[in-house]
Design a protein around this ligand. Structure first.
Ligand code: NAD
Length: 493
């Protein structure tokens, strides 16, 4: 099996405020439940407005000195953090797997991507990101990149380590004091990352964790001491957080849900397509915002659809695929497959009957599912299912495939599998998503390129991670200086 062992309830997640573990003031706690087994593996405190105020006050106290610390010096603890992250990668991956239901390999891969963001943040000290020009005789104009102040990241359940790592290494390196509000379903990995940030030597208050649910999230968004909010989660919550934060005049970037399409055409390489599509829709049991959800099968591609179905049917739960986050997710996914069947689609591979791994019957499991001959207006072709389900829509032309892709309200990823440069180019030019894959099923941009979608997958401007992350977490200050001694030279002369 590719799962980690489920220990008896052991983890007690507390807030990290002013560099110390602090229990929530009202003593309200929530169970952390392993998706593998449905059993409790720990508890987490749920923060109130008072806990949020304490975290913001500690961050505000840390910010002035941190902001004035030279960038090279601010980067020093990040070198230490990188070492700790590398040393503890297996431990962190085990925590992420345990609380989010991932396989061991998937959890590791997510953290590796997080490590890549840390390494990008380490390079910021050597980038010329401002610039100066002599704009007139003896007068220099200089742009300086400056932090925003106290900033917040609110993260989802499906990548307990990676999504926080998308945010805080860049945010703190450019000089902010960062407060993380992890998903209340998966706080253990984040809390361990917090301990490693303390061990790395960050000053108290530069990195904080406020655990809790939407109440804590909104208290952070509303707090007048918070300057910027990054959010990753469902579109409904992303829209609400964006409206609230920008209503307060704050900077906000809120990434939301997805319904990603893969276009396959007859000249696609069979082995590459089958592997790429199956990995894309079954990885993390389909619980990732870059998972493919709809296959637009153009022309005569029966051999490719059959190959994908055969490969998907071979996946065993607990080996090639992990569990679903909770009972609500399992119910939603089973219902989506039931509805597709009722609406007349063909269930080509049926994951509803897949057996959970022995000993994990109390967990939440659905096997890989392929729904064939769906129509674009069906529920399974329109709504985010967020499970290991691929909906196949047959279309005669690439033109029709692109028209379907355009009508979807989400815009995270669109991929094409083809051997033709012209087809690849047409999809890259015309697809409406923010991230495009050519013969890649999960086209997550690598650093320094930034992650971000379009349409209802993103509220706000810009991207997170990479150069976009630097832009989001900072502002430019322009300094115009005259050192010329002649008094007749003005700033315009
Ligand atoms: P979610 O929206 O339920 O929760 C995300 C975070 O927001 C959690 O920390 C939660 O406590 C908080 N929250 C929930 N409702 C809130 C509200 N009304 N106001 C303020 N905060 C609120 O999302 P989830 O179920 O944890 O994650 C799955 C969703 O996230 C999927 O829709 C998936 O597509 C999306 N996702 C998107 C990306 C992306 O980059 N676009 C990445 C990962 C996940």
């Amino acid at each position: 099996m590719n799962l980690v062992e489920v220990p008896p309830s052991a983890h007690v997640c507390e807030n990290l405020i002013a560099g110390r573990r602090q229990p929530v003031t009202k003593g309200i706690r929530r169970d952390i439940v392993s998706p593998y087994s449905g059993t409790r593996v720990g508890t987490v405190g749920l923060s109130s407005v008072e806990d949020v105020a304490a975290a913001v006050a500690a961050a505000q106290a840390a910010f002035p000195a941190w902001r004035l610390t030279p960038l090279k010096e601010r980067t020093r603890p990040l070198f230490q953090f990188r070492e700790l992250l590398t040393r503890h990668l297996d431990e962190l991956a085990n925590l992420a797997a345990l609380e989010a239901g991932k396989t061991r390999d998937e959890a590791r891969a997510g953290l590796q991507k997080g490590l890549e963001v840390v390494e990008f943040a380490l390079s910021l000290q050597n980038l010329d990101d401002g610039g100066a020009l002599e704009v007139s005789r003896g007068v220099t104009c200089e742009a300086r990149r400056e932090p925003l102040g106290v900033v917040v990241g609110i993260t989802p359940f499906n990548f307990p380590g990676m999504v926080p790592l998308w945010m805080f290494p860049i945010a703190v390196t450019v000089g902010n004091a960062f407060i993380l509000k992890p998903s209340e379903k998966v706080p253990m990995t984040a809390c361990r990352l917090g301990e490693l940030m303390v061990e790395a030597g960050y000053p108290a208050g530069v990195f904080s964790i406020v655990n809790g649910d939407r109440e804590a999230a909104m208290a952070l968004v509303d707090h007048p001491g918070v300057q910027a909010v990054a959010f990753v989660g469902s579109s409904a919550a992303a829209r609400a957080v964006y409206a609230r934060a920008t209503g307060h005049g704050k900077r906000a970037l809120c990434l939301g849900s997805a319904k990603n399409h893969i276009i396959v055409v007859p000249d696609a390489n069979e082995a590459v397509t089958v592997r790429g599509v199956v990995d894309s829709f079954t990885g993390c049991a389909g619980q990732r915002c870059m998972a493919s959800s709809v296959l637009l099968a153009v022309g005569d591609v029966d051999h490719l659809v059959d190959g994908i179905a055969a490969e998907a049917a071979r996946i065993q739960l607990g080996k090639g695929m992990g569990a679903l986050i909770d009972g609500a997710a399992e119910e939603r996914i089973r219902k989506a497959i039931d509805t597709a069947e009722k609406e007349g689609a063909q269930i080509k591979v049926d994951g509803r009957a897949s057996k959970p791994p022995a000993g994990y019957e109390g967990g939440h499991w659905v096997g890989a599912t392929v729904i064939d001959r769906a129509r674009p207006e069906m529920e399974c072709a329109r709504s985010e299912i967020f499970g290991p389900v691929l909906t196949v829509i047959r279309v005669p032309t690439l033109e029709q495939a692109l028209a379907i892709e355009e009508r979807i309200p989400y815009g995270n990823a669109t991929s094409v599998f083809t051997s033709s440069g012209a087809v690849a180019r047409a999809v890259a030019d015309r697809a409406t998503s923010g991230m495009i894959g050519v013969n890649i099923g999960v086209p997550v941009p690598r650093e320094p390129f930034s992650f971000g979608g379009t349409k209802d997958s993103r509220f706000g401007h810009g991207d997170i991670t990479g150069r976009g992350g630097v832009e989001f977490w900072s502002q430019l200050k322009k300094v115009t200086t005259k050192w010329a001694l002649q008094s007749d030279a003005s700033w315009m002369s």
